[in-house]
Design a protein around this ligand. Structure first.
Ligand SMILES: [Zn+2]
Ligand SMILES: [Zn+2]
Length: 402
């Protein structure tokens, strides 16, 4: 290989200033999910300058680009999200947002810059890459999620992508380090809506009607027993009912009650189990009160389950690139959701965090989605280095089976 790990480190240092200025440019000009027009054009401009072929307007303003390696039929994917948030930036940076009320407060500007830096270095050794590298610049992560649409658009076919890498900035981890989670990292999500129909009447004569409110209250309480009595206690899962509406006046028996909530589980089987149980509980309680009910489910993101073999390969790569002391292993998944999860079903995915905390830059370490979010840009070096080293190792491993 033309580049040793030391050469890659040197190249990362050499391109760092230009990657940072790209990041600052899109940081100053953030765009909301589904509106990433300028960001997309800037990515396209850079890819053209690097001589990398791409296709734009995928899943809205997404871009899918390809670095062709020796084998043209197989490859590895790398995903970066690119959208900003409806937040007014308030951290005093010289390159703060020029778009009022919009801010790159989730670090997607950094993710995009890292992917372009990674692409630059990989394209320099294109002739020696065992297979292809698919670059996925994903739009709308914060709202509708562009991942599924990019997959549906065929971005993981031709060449066939078996493994996808992704990363996210993390303010609780010191800059210079990466945080790896073997196995489940984020939850599968589902929204549900229940409508209970009874019969209204005067509150002084409840026996003349069917009280939908009492029936619905019973459901809200009983649904919580799914977690304590139906789900394996060693599998994290939750049901939150965040909204409940019923009744019009204190002396009228409510003819209708509506409530809605979310389900979060670390695997897809439990999401299905909980859906079945919610339906059974609501129908059973309705019947016992003489009411009727309708239950609707809307599946959101699947579970983000890191592939164990990819975890091992990435640990090897990060050991060489960053040193053992800079890998933090976390065994506690989050019940939050991220649409990188779509790359963990059908393909194998590995998602990890890069530390951004530097007490000299932001002593309080303001978290993502804060108007004072201010990550140390040095994390960009760690991100590029880990992605390049990881892609090379994965291609090397996978090419043995082609
Ligand atoms: Zn976010
Ligand atoms: Zn994010």
């Amino acid at each position: 290989m033309k580049y040793s790990i030391e050469d890659i480190k040197k190249r990362v240092d050499e391109i760092y200033d230009s990657v940072v200025s790209f990041r600052r440019d899109i940081h100053e000009n953030p765009e909301l999910s589904e509106h990433e027009v300028r960001t997309s054009a800037k990515i396209a401009e850079k890819l053209t300058a690097l001589g990398i072929n791409y296709q734009s307007n995928i899943a809205g303003h997404g871009i899918s680009a390809l670095i062709e390696g020796k084998n043209k039929e197989y490859g590895v994917g790398i995903r970066a999200d690119m959208d900003a948030l409806p937040i007014c930036e308030n951290n005093g940076l010289t390159y703060s947002s020029k778009n009022p009320g919009i801010m790159h407060a989730c670090g997607h500007d950094i993710h995009t810059a890292i992917l372009l830096g990674t692409a630059e270095i990989l394209s320099e050794i294109q002739d020696e890459l065992p297979g292809c590298v698919r670059l996925l610049f994903e739009p709308s992560e914060e709202t509708i999620g562009g991942a599924k649409q990019m997959i549906d658009a065929g971005c993981l076919n031709n060449p066939k992508i078996k493994s996808v890498l992704g990363l996210h900035v993390e303010t609780t981890v010191p800059v210079g380090k990466v945080e790896f989670i073997p196995g489940p990292m984020n939850a599968a999500s589902c929204e549900f809506y229940v409508t209970v129909t009874g019969k209204s009447c005067h509150g002084a004569h409840p026996n003349d009607g069917v009280d939908s409110l009492v029936a619905a209250c019973d459901m809200v309480g009983t649904i919580q027993t799914i977690i304590t009595r139906r789900v394996d206690p060693s599998d994290p899962a939750l049901v939150t009912i965040g909204q409940f509406n019923s009744g019009t006046k204190n002396n009228i028996i409510a003819g209708e009650a509506k409530f809605s909530g979310i389900i979060r589980t670390l695997n897809l089987a439990n999401r299905e189990l909980i859906k079945t149980q919610i339906k059974q509980i609501c129908q059973g309680i309705s019947a016992s009160y003489g009411a009727s009910c309708e239950v609707e489910f809307h599946d959101s993101y699947p579970s983000l389950e890191n592939d164990y073999d990819l975890y091992k390969i990435m640990t090897d790569a990060a050991n060489e690139a960053l040193g053992h002391e800079n890998i933090v292993i976390k065994n506690k998944p989050s019940m939050g959701a991220d649409d990188f999860s779509y790359f963990c079903h059908g393909t194998r995915g590995f998602y990890y965090n890069i530390g951004t905390f530097n007490p000299q830059i932001d002593p309080e370490g303001h978290p993502i989605h804060s108007d004072k979010f201010n990550p140390d840009e040095e994390c960009i070096k760690v991100g590029i280095l880990t992605q390049v080293a990881g892609v090379l190792k994965i291609l090397e491993e996978e090419s043995k089976e082609w």
